[in-house]
Write a protein that binds this ligand. Structure first.
Ligand SMILES: Cc1ncc(COP(=O)(O)O)c(C=O)c1O
Length: 395
C-alpha cells in the first residue's frame, strides 16, 4: 500500500472516544461524557419524519435543502432575531449535516493553506481538527477561569496577524458553558470590523441559556453583518443529535460557494429529516424550552454538589450543559484523574486537556468536562461517588 496522506496520518482522534474505550466492557457505568441531550426527540418531529418516509420522500433533495425548511428557518429567525440575521430562503441559507458540516464548509470556503484562524479556548475539540482539515492554522486564545472562561479582547487582538482570516466564536460554549458577556462581545465585534475577519458564529447552544438571560450574539452588530457566518443546528435545541441537520446563514456569495462544497461532500440531507425539522420549528419550541428548564435545574444541582466536594470547584455556567470542573487540588493531570475516577467510581468524564492547547495562563490539565445532560438521579449518584472518591483521596 502506498503511504496515506499527511492529513490522514496527522489528524488526532477525540479524547472523548479515548475515555469511551477505557470504559468499554465495564458495567454500572455513569456516563458524563456525552455532549448531547438525553431526551428522545419530541414525538411530533418523529411522526413527521415517519409520515414523510411513508409518502416516499426518499430521494435526493436540492443541494441547499428543501425550500419549505429554508422558509421555516427564515420565519423562525425573523420572529426571534428580527432582521439581525440575513435569512432570505433563496440566498442566505444552506441546510447541512449538522453544525459540524456547516463549520467545516465555512472554513473550506474562507481559508487558504497557511491562513490563521483565531480559536477561543477552551473549545470544542473539533474546531482544531476542522481548521487543520481546511489547511489553516489554529491560533488559540485562552479564556481564564477567573473571567468565567470568557476571552480577553486584548488577547484576541494580540493574536491577530496579517494572516488571520477568521475567528470562531461559540457562546454558550462547549466545554465551559460560558456565555460571553455583552461588553466583551462588543469588543470582539469591533475587532472583527477593524480587521475585516470572517466570524464563524457557532450558536448551537443559543436556546440553552439560564437565569432568564439572553446570550449576547455577534449577530447583534449591523456593522459586521456581512462578516458573519452564522451556524446553528437542530441537534441540541430539539434533542436531534442523531438526525444530523443543521444550517448556515451568510451573504449570498458565501452560501453559493458553500453550496458547491456541500454538493461535493454530502449532496443533500435526508428529506424526511428536513421535513421533521420544519415541524420542530413550527410546533416544538415549547418542548425545547422545557428541556432548557430541565438543564437549568440539573445545572443548579450539579454545580452546588461539585463545589461541596473537597478538591473540586466549578464556576456557574450560564448555558449549554457542561460543568468545566477544576481538579487542580488533586495534583494529577486531567487524563490520569479521569482514568482514576473511572477505575474507582465507574464515572466517565472527559479530561480538560482535550479542549484546546494549554498556555501559560490556562492549564487545561487542571480541568475535566462533566456533561450533565443526564437525569437528576444520575447526577446525584455521580456526586455521591465523587464525594467518596475525594474523601478516600484526601483521607
Ligand atoms: C460547540 C459545538 N458546535 C457544534 C457541534 C456539532 O453539532 P451538530 O450535531 O449540529 O453537528 C457541537 C457538538 O457537540 C458543539 O458542541
Amino acid at each position: 500500500m502506498k503511504e496515506l496522506s499527511n492529513l490522514a496520518m496527522t489528524l488526532k482522534g477525540s479524547i472523548i472516544r479515548e475515555m469511551h474505550s477505557a470504559a468499554a466492557g465495564m458495567t454500572d457505568i455513569l456516563n458524563f461524557t456525552v455532549g448531547e441531550p438525553d431526551f428522545v426527540t419530541p414525538k411530533p418531529i418523529i411522526d413527521r419524519a415517519y409520515q414523510s418516509m411513508l409518502e416516499g420522500k426518499t430521494f435526493y433533495s436540492q443541494n441547499r435543502g428543501i425550500l419549505p425548511l429554508r422558509e421555516a428557518i427564515s420565519a423562525y429567525h425573523k420572529k426571534v432575531d428580527g432582521d439581525k440575521i440575513a435569512v432570505d430562503p433563496n440566498d442566505n441559507i444552506l441546510v447541512t449535516i449538522g453544525a459540524t458540516e456547516a463549520l467545516q464548509l465555512a472554513l473550506f470556503a474562507t481559508i487558504n493553506p497557511g491562513d490563521e484562524v483565531v480559536v477561543l479556548t477552551p473549545c470544542w475539540p473539533n474546531y482544531l481538527g476542522m481548521v487543520t482539515v481546511a489547511g489553516g492554522v489554529a491560533v488559540c486564545v485562552p479564556g481564564y477561569e477567573e473571567n468565567g472562561f470568557a476571552p480577553n479582547p486584548a488577547d484576541i487582538e494580540a493574536a491577530i496577524t496579517p494572516k488571520t482570516k477568521a475567528i470562531m466564536v461559540n457562546s454558550p460554549s462547549n466545554p465551559t458553558g460560558a456565555v460571553i458577556p455583552q461588553d466583551t462581545m462588543d469588543q470582539i465585534a469591533a475587532l472583527i470590523e477593524k480587521h475585516d475577519l470572517f466570524a464563524l458564529v457557532d450558536e448551537v447552544y443559543r436556546t440553552i441559556v439560564f437565569d432568564g438571560q439572553r446570550a449576547a450574539s455577534l449577530t447583534d452588530y449591523p456593522a459586521i453583518k456581512d462578516n458573519i457566518i452564522f451556524i446553528n443546528s437542530f441537534s441540541k435545541m430539539f434533542a436531534m443529535t442523531g438526525w444530523r441537520v443543521g444550517y448556515v446563514t451568510a451573504v449570498p456569495q458565501l452560501i453559493a460557494k458553500m453550496t458547491l462544497l456541500h454538493q461535493n461532500f454530502a449532496n443533500s440531507i435526508f428529506v424526511p429529516a428536513q421535513e421533521a425539522c420544519i415541524t420542530a420549528l413550527e410546533e416544538c419550541i415549547p418542548d425545547s424550552e422545557k428541556m432548557t428548564e430541565s438543564y437549568e435545574k440539573r445545572r443548579n444541582l450539579i454545580i452546588k454538589g461539585l463545589n461541596d466536594i473537597k478538591g473540586l470547584s466549578c464556576i456557574t455556567p450560564g448555558g449549554a450543559f457542561y460543568a468545566f470542573t477544576n481538579i487542580s487540588e488533586f495534583g494529577m493531570n486531567s487524563r490520569d484523574f479521569c482514568l482514576k475516577v473511572l477505575e474507582e467510581t465507574k464515572a466517565v468524564t472527559v479530561p480538560g486537556v482535550g479542549f484546546g492547547q494549554s498556555t501559560d495562563g490556562l492549564n487545561l490539565d487542571n480541568y475535566i468536562r462533566v456533561s450533565y445532560a443526564t437525569s437528576e438521579d444520575n447526577i446525584n449518584e455521580f456526586l455521591n461517588r465523587m464525594n467518596d472518591f475525594s474523601q478516600k483521596f484526601f483521607g
